[in-house]
Design a protein around this ligand. Structure first.
Ligand SMILES: *[C@@H]1O[C@H](CO)[C@@H](O)[C@H](O)[C@H]1NC(C)=O
Ligand SMILES: *[C@@H]1O[C@H](CO)[C@@H](O)[C@H](O)[C@H]1NC(C)=O
Ligand SMILES: *[C@@H]1O[C@H](CO)[C@@H](O)[C@H](O)[C@H]1NC(C)=O
Length: 279
């Protein structure tokens, strides 16, 4: 029936073709045990499937006024120590299996993709005391922010920080680096050669600026060579919030309003976060 549908009908559109091809593929692949028989066969032919709605997937909204700087979460989303995060969302109840609704379960490392670190990430005493993502200050995570380009030939040292001339009073800075040019966030393998802060760069920021939100374009604000020391410098005072894995491609450097919202995961030292810039 699906075959005759495919062969016998003049296709009105590619969308119809895709719907039919999908149904055919499932019908051919099926030993009738994946789903109850008759699945996908509610119409008896493809003729009644007029058009398959296609969701809009956007990076900007409102004619460019709102820019999404969050990476989409997919099985190939990178995460330190993983080769992509694998299946993140899986259906535990499915209409194809006779449920009244679809209902998915999510399984995701809290430091995967675009995410935030809480002080408990690197300090056991802070973890035990409950300095989790639920305790992060939304006032730091929301407000005017500066997007700056970092020289592409170095990690972020004290000298580099000095050279950026970030004005006093700037509380939120998103650092765009070679990581963006190298499209590292689009590769599922964790790449330890990414650019990040060296310990002295982190210390310089803490000592000489008013920055409380540090955003960066790969999975860690700290260069791999100084992974722990630079994190410790940032997190010790429990005032600085680290947002990692930002999507900063194709955005003009300058001043924006940033809005970042982590999940209220009690007891978690990290969380996926949705961040947007508003012009
Ligand atoms: C539907 O049920 C079958 C048989 O129990 C199972 O193999 C399949 O994974 C289920 N599919 C979904 C989408 O839940
Ligand atoms: C999920 O729900 C839609 C209807 O909202 C249904 O058409 C579809 O078959 C369901 N998907 C699965 C895998 O059960
Ligand atoms: C930054 O440091 C990493 C080691 O953490 C190194 O592999 C990389 O080459 C450095 N990048 C630059 C641009 O110097």
């Amino acid at each position: 029936m699906h075959r005759s549908c495919l062969l016998g009908r003049k296709m009105k559109s590619l969308q119809i073709l895709l719907v039919c091809a999908e149904v055919l593929a499932i019908a051919l692949a099926s030993n009738s045990d994946a789903y109850p028989s008759g699945y996908g066969d509610d119409s008896g032919s493809c003729g009644e499937i007029e058009e398959k709605p296609v969701p809009l997937r956007r990076e900007v909204y409102g004619n460019g006024r709102i820019i999404d700087i969050t990476h989409r979460v997919t099985p190939t989303t990178p995460c330190g120590g993983f080769e992509g995060v694998g299946e993140v969302v899986s259906l535990s109840l499915s209409m194809k299996n006779g449920s009244d609704y679809n209902f998915s379960i999510m399984k995701l490392p809290v430091h995967a993709g675009t995410h935030v670190d809480a002080p408990g990430h690197m300090y056991d005493r802070y973890f035990d005391a409950g300095f989790d993502v639920d305790s992060l200050d939304l006032d730091v995570l929301n407000g005017p922010a500066l997007l700056v380009d970092v020289p592409r030939d170095k990690n972020i040292t004290a000298d580099v920080m000095k050279s950026l001339n970030i004005p006093k009073g700037a509380r939120r800075v998103l650092f765009r680096t070679l990581n963006t040019d190298r499209k590292l966030m689009f590769k599922k393998e964790f790449d330890t050669s990414y650019v990040g802060f060296m310990k002295d760069g982190a210390q310089w920021l803490v000592d000489n600026t008013d920055i409380k939100l540090v955003g960066i374009d790969y999975l860690s604000v700290a260069a791999y060579a100084d992974l722990i020391p630079a994190h410790l410098v940032f997190l010790e005072g429990r005032e600085i919030i680290l947002v990692e894995g930002l999507k900063l491609d194709d955005i003009q450097p300058g001043i924006y309003d940033v809005h970042c919202l982590p999940l209220r995961l009690l007891g978690a030292e990290g969380s996926p976060i949705r961040c947007i810039l508003i012009k």
